[in-house]
Each structure stands twice: as structure tokens, then as C-alpha cells.
Write a protein that binds this ligand. Structure first.
Ligand SMILES: Cc1cc2nc3c(=O)[nH]c(=O)nc-3n(C[C@H](O)[C@H](O)[C@H](O)COP(=O)(O)O)c2cc1C
Length: 178
């Protein structure tokens, strides 16, 4: 009973804080893995959800995807993305989800991070990968998002496995709003 009450109180605190600190989960996905993770982060934090979409969609074939991503990374190309939410300026905390591409965050996510729109906000990255782990993702997020407060203690998960994600999301939001 005591534990239940404690848990209920902690939940209330988190919800109240989440309302005070407006929180967004922004993510990009090609095959749904990062989308699944983004939905979980949204549920745990009470955040709004924004899907980053390319103006020109990526090819559907894996080999073509990897070749294009490599070219973009090597050239530092930022592929244009569709407009982000009009009220982006209202958010204090932005979780940012990406698949790992060639050891780092996907190029459409880089476009968003480098846009300048997240300046002065707390940015908390998470990634899904195909076995190589987060690699340079979190360090690159900090590099690309100039003037942002990037928390490089990100979450990474293999494919659709979301082990530890719920607790991580709650912990990171609490740290951000302390
Ligand atoms: C262009 C491309 C590059 C990738 N590079 C890596 C990589 O460097 N390391 C890795 O572990 N997985 C890599 N993957 C696998 C994806 O990170 C993994 O499948 C991810 O969960 C896909 O997320 P999504 O379903 O949200 O698109 C790559 C996939 C693609 C399409």
C-alpha cells in the first residue's frame, strides 16, 4: 500500500512537471523501429509527438537507402524535411529519436538538429540500431545541434527491443526539469 502511494505520488509529480516543461518527442523512421520507441517515450512523459518527414522520400530498397545515406553523410548534405510544428518554440525539452545510419543519427534528423530551431532547448537523443549500438550518435547530436543543451546519456536499443526505455525516459525528463 505504502509503495503504491509512493508510486502514485511520483507519477503525479512527473505529470505536473511535464505540464510545466513542455515536452516534444521528435523522431524519424524508415521501418517503424524508432517509431515504436518514440511512442513509448511519448506515453511515459506525456509529451507531444512529431514525426520528421522528408520532402523527397527515401528509396524503399535497403541497398539504395544505405548508398544514399552514405553519400549524404560524406558530403554533409542535409536532406530537406517537411515543416516542423508551428509551435516548436513553445517546447523546453525535446526527445529526438533516430535510427542509426552508418554509425550516427540519420541525415533527416541531422537536418532538424542543425536547423537552429532547438537552440537553448534541452535535447535528449535515443536511437534504434541493427546491432552496432549507438556508436557516434549522441556525440554527433551534440555537435550538430549548436547552442542546444544535449544530454549525451542517450538510450539505444536493438531493432524493436525497448528494454529499459520507459525508465530511461522518465529519468531523463526528471533530470531536465530539476
Ligand atoms: C541507411 C542505413 C544505415 C544503417 N546503418 C547502421 C549502422 O551503422 N549500425 C547499425 O547498427 N544499424 C544500421 N542500420 C540499421 C538500422 O539502424 C536499424 O534497422 C534501425 O532500427 C531502423 O530504424 P527504423 O525502423 O526506425 O528506420 C542502418 C539502416 C539503414 C537503412
Amino acid at each position: 500500500m505504502k509503495n503504491f502511494l509512493m508510486a502514485a505520488l511520483m507519477g503525479t509529480t512527473l505529470m505536473a512537471n511535464a505540464v510545466e516543461a513542455k515536452t516534444l518527442v521528435a523522431y524519424f523512421t524508415l521501418t517503424g523501429n524508432t517509431e515504436k520507441a518514440a511512442q513509448i517515450v511519448t506515453e511515459e512523459t506525456g509529451a507531444d509527438l512529431y514525426k520528421i518527414e522528408l520532402v523527397t522520400p527515401y528509396p524503399s530498397e535497403y541497398k539504395a537507402q544505405t548508398e544514399l545515406a552514405k553519400k549524404e553523410l560524406e558530403a554533409g548534405t542535409l536532406p530537406p524535411i517537411k515543416p516542423w510544428p508551428d509551435n516548436i518554440g513553445d517546447y523546453d525539452v525535446v526527445f529526438i529519436g533516430s535510427p542509426v545510419w552508418w554509425g550516427t543519427m540519420a541525415t533527416p534528423v541531422r537536418t532538424f538538429l542543425a536547423s537552429g530551431v532547438l537552440k537553448d532547448k534541452t535535447v535528449i537523443p535515443f536511437v534504434t540500431h541493427g546491432g552496432g549500438g549507438a556508436d557516434r550518435s549522441f556525440a554527433d547530436a551534440a555537435k550538430w545541434c549548436e547552442g542546444c543543451k544535449v544530454n549525451t546519456d542517450g538510450w539505444s536499443g536493438y531493432s524493436r527491443i525497448t528494454f529499459g526505455l520507459k525508465n530511461w525516459a522518465k529519468k531523463k525528463l526528471n533530470e531536465a526539469i530539476k
